[in-house]
Every structure is written in C-alpha cells, then in structure tokens.
Design a protein around this ligand. Structure first.
Ligand code: SF4
Length: 353
C-alpha cells in the first residue's frame, strides 16, 4: 500500500425525519506518508463529514453507506486496517484514534472539557493509549506542551481552558492530538477562529511538527491561502463530491474546474486596484436535500452549458494530466449511458415536471 490512508468511493447519508441527506457522494482521496493533503471547499461541502467518517466520529444519524477507508498497516508487510468496517465506538477503533490518527478541531474552547485542566485531559489521552503511570503521563504532557511552544508549560499544564488565550488553547489542542505520536493528524479548520498572526504561527508549528514527527496531515480548510502554504496535494470538494484533485503546484498553476477558479478568484490580492469589487462565486451552496440535477455546481457556474450541465448524472472525475483530475463536462467525454454528453432531449426527459 503506497498510501497511509486510502479512501475509495465513500458515501455518507444522514437519516433525518425530512428524508435521507446525502452528505458525501463517492469521495475518493489518498493521504501519503509524511505529506499534507489539503481538502478545500466552502462550508457545507462535506469536508468535515468526510474526516469524521474516516475517524468513526459521525453523529448518530449519519452512516457510511458505501465505500472503503483503508489505513496502512503499522508494520511493513502487515494487513491494512479497514476503518470503515470497524464499530465506531468499538475497542479497535478507540485504539486507532489518538494512537494512529488524531484530530484537531476548529474551536478548542468547545472541544476541551471546561471543568478539567488541560493537563488532566492530555494525561487521560496518554494513559488511554500508552502504558504510563500518572506521573509519567504528566511529564509527557509537559514535554508535549513544550514541543508546541506553550510558554511555562509546567504551570500551564494545570490551567483550565478558559484561562488561556485562543492561540494557546489551539496549541494545547495540538499537544493533546500529538501526545501519542500519531501517524496522521487531521486538522479541521485549525486556524479559522484565530487572528491572522496567530494563524501564521499555528501553520508554521504544524509544518514543523510534521517534519519532526514524520507524520501525515489532512488539512481541512475553506482557505486556499492556507492550502498554498502547507499542502503537497489538494482535493477540492463541492456538495459532497471531489470536483478537482491535483498536486499543489499544478492546482495553483493550472486550476481547471470552474469552482476552483471561482475560489482562486475570491482570494483578495495586494495588487488589486483600490475600489475594485472583490470577486465572489454567485449564489450559495444549495440545500443538500435539493441537489440540482446534472452537475451540482451548474446554477452557480459561469461556464454552464445549457442542455449538458443541467441534466443526467454529475460529471465523473477524469484524469486530465498526471496527478490532475477534474469532474466537469468541459474536460470529460460525457456521463450518459451512451458515453456521450447528455443531449437537450435527455435533459428534457430528466427535467422535473
Ligand atoms: Fe460548470 Fe458544466 Fe463544468 Fe459543472 S460541468 S462545472 S456546470 S461547465
């Protein structure tokens, strides 16, 4: 297995009173050892649900309805662990979380328990996965707080989350994730709640720790600026689907999918003339209960082809170059049964009455 994590055709459905909500629709992605995969898209595109499905942390009404999640074996020559087949709360999955894959969340204030000290929460995590006495676990906790550059770690270990600033809390959250030296870190919008200077410090810290600890990172963000700084490979998601996949230099040099182009154009530029309106992708991510027919992005797409993009199945992800795949009719051979692009007549057949 070349990858540390290999996700193939993952589907996640929420079974709600209003009906079935298809949150993740056939996502395939791979995380390579010691590398960073960036997962980017607007809120509601299924990025966090994909990560939670990988880690067995889905909310009670959500289930994996298809696909496979494989984690590379711990020892060379071993059997890959099929995470998607493990019971989410089972012993085996609990053994993997923290020890093999750990997660840092967007807002540490809501992720830490407010009634326990930072140290006690890190110690609990260490004792769950490693054989250590309470005293040894506390020493490891202090050492890990130092690793993430928490000043006066031996005092901060006894602080409650509300006694720390946002930046320090996020460092402590990273310390808790790293205390068992996982093979992969899932970072779900780790800098969104922080101001821009602290954001830069946290990203630098994650990059440094990644190379020191030789771990892989899956960085989930809506910010292409963050992706440019940290990712080796990028997956762009829209409405629970991967719409473009490439290595980072290729994606920034030659973005192809209209959604990726829209995200790129929305980044403010220093050389922009004063008074120029910032670009935005028109409309918003549709209600997942009412996914548009055809390409899900078509109501917002500037390159929409009437009679092609608004009917049939969504375009498949196709390779357009080595390490570069796009799901868009502009770059695909078509998605109908006949293998050609849908015709206007077929669109009419599919159109709602
Ligand atoms: Fe736009 Fe059509 Fe491509 Fe969808 S398939 S992104 S609507 S051009």
């Amino acid at each position: 297995m070349d990858f540390l994590l290999d996700v193939t055709d993952l589907h996640v459905h929420f079974h709600l009173r209003e009906g079935v909500l298809r949150a993740v629709n056939g996502v395939s992605l791979q995380v390579r050892p010691n590398q960073t995969l960036g997962v980017v898209g607007e809120s509601g595109c299924g990025k966090s649900i994909t990560a939670k499905a990988i880690m067995g942390l889905l909310p009670p009404k959500a289930t994996i309805t298809g696909g496979q999640v494989l984690l590379a074996p711990r020892e060379p020559g071993g059997t890959p662990l099929e995470l998607s087949s493990l019971k989410p709360n089972g012993k085996e999955m609990r053994g993997i979380l923290g020890a093999d894959i750990a997660m840092i969340f967007q807002e540490p204030m809501t992720s830490f328990s407010p009634v326990h000290t930072i140290g006690n929460q890190i110690v609990e995590s260490i004792r769950l996965h490693r054989t250590a006495t309470r005293k040894e676990a506390r020493d490891i906790a202090i050492e890990t707080l130092r690793l993430v550059q928490v000043p006066m770690a031996e005092r901060r270990v006894d602080a409650y989350p509300h006694e720390l600033s946002g930046g320090l809390r996020q460092r402590c959250m990273i310390a808790m994730a790293l205390c068992c030296k996982p093979r992969m870190l899932v970072a779900d919008e780790p800098t969104t709640a922080l101001d821009v200077t602290i954001q830069a410090q946290i990203l630098t810290l994650i990059r440094r720790l990644q190379s020191e600890l030789q771990m892989a990172v899956m960085m989930i963000t809506h910010d292409l600026g963050v992706i440019a700084q940290v990712a080796d490979h990028v997956v762009v998601m829209y409405l629970g689907r991967v719409v473009e996949k490439a290595d980072t230099p290729t994606l920034f040099a030659k973005p192809l999918h209209p959604y990726t182009l829209g995200l790129m154009a929305s980044i403010p530029r220093l050389d922009q003339n004063e008074g120029t309106r910032l670009h935005s992708i028109r409309g918003s991510v549709p209600d997942p209960f009412f996914t548009p027919e055809g390409c899900p992005f078509h109501p917002r797409c500037d390159k929409f082809i009437a009679g092609t993009c608004d009917c049939g199945e969504p375009p498949e992800l196709v390779d357009v170059a080595p390490n570069h795949a796009v799901a868009c009719h502009l770059f695909s051979a078509g998605t109908t049964d006949s293998g050609s692009k849908p015709t206007t007549e077929e669109c009419t057949e599919h159109a709602p009455a």
